[in-house]
Design a protein around this ligand. Structure first.
Ligand code: SF4
Length: 272
């Protein structure tokens, strides 16, 4: 069975209409908002309790990449985190990166593992196409620990972005779910110096999300990002909730790797 797949629908937009691979089953981060247990029809506790490599994961990755040049960096991962609090699993992620790079391809990593990812920056810095992203959700440590008990703390995730920039690696941030909009705005301010591109969404699949004024959040977030000169993309569901049509919505996107801004039209979608 193939490991690399082309994500469809919202996930497809999120991976830049490219390719993705999920290296593991389960996820030790145990985020209480995670959509994956629902898709896999698992109890969230069972999904968070055990994380194992996919069957023959590295061999399948190698086979899938044989003689293949992907148009976009390979997205790691949608249904797990590539940098869990387990060194043996992180070692598999490193091997996966090596396999991808040896095949002449690049990776686009999204993690809540913070500085756990820095162990592989010596690899990522070797190819400018490689990208590393952090999901930033909460500024407050206790709130983060409540919602994402196994993930790295917020400051550690921002430190990871700072360190990646020092290595010259392209960085991006996924801001979704937005459960505490004020904290999201603080995270933008704190991380802006180290981020090439922000991808901003909202909070879905929760009754409490309806109580949030998405229009106000949209304007505050985009105003702040404009003020800070940051590149950003707004997810379609946030634009819709804010009452901004995709035709009218000026989505600003920075070229990854630089702060040079260009106007673009389009939205991204996202896991979480
Ligand atoms: S949201 Fe991501 S990091 Fe959190 S448990 Fe799900 S897959 Fe893991």
């Amino acid at each position: 069975m193939k490991l690399i797949y082309t994500p469809s629908g919202a996930a497809g937009e999120y991976a830049n209409k490219g390719y993705a691979a999920n290296l593991f089953n389960g996820c030790l981060h145990g985020c209480s908002y995670c959509y994956v247990p629902r898709i896999k029809r698992m109890k969230p506790e069972a999904f968070a309790a055990r994380m194992t490599p996919q069957t023959d994961v590295l061999h399948r990755l190698k086979m899938d990449l044989r003689g293949r040049k992907l148009e976009e960096p390979l997205f790691l991962c949608f249904s797990c985190d590539p940098y869990p609090p387990d060194d043996k699993l992180c070692a598999i992620t490193r091997k996966a990166i090596e396999i991808v790079m040896e095949s002449g391809n690049a990776v686009n990593i999204l993690t809540k593992g913070g500085m756990r990812a820095a162990r592989d920056f010596h690899l990522l810095e070797q190819d400018k196409r490689n990208q590393i992203g952090a999901t930033l959700t909460f500024m407050d440590l206790r709130t983060s620990q409540k919602w994402e008990p196994g993930a790295a703390n917020p400051r550690n995730r921002i430190k990871m972005l700072n360190t990646a920039k020092d290595f010259g690696i392209s960085t991006w941030v996924s801001m979704e779910p937005v459960i505490k909009p004020k904290q999201t705005l603080s995270l933008i301010i704190e991380s802006a110096p180290y981020v090439d591109l922000f991808k901003i969404g909202k909070w879905n699949h929760a009754a409490e999300a309806r109580e949030i004024d998405w229009k106000a959040f949209y304007h505050e977030a985009t105003g702040l990002l404009d003020e800070l000169g940051c590149g950003y993309m707004i997810k379609r569901d946030l634009a819709i909730a804010a009452g901004v049509s995709s035709a009218e919505c000026g989505v600003r996107s920075a070229e990854l790797g630089s702060k040079a801004m260009r106007k673009s039209v389009g939205h991204i979608s996202h896991k979480g």
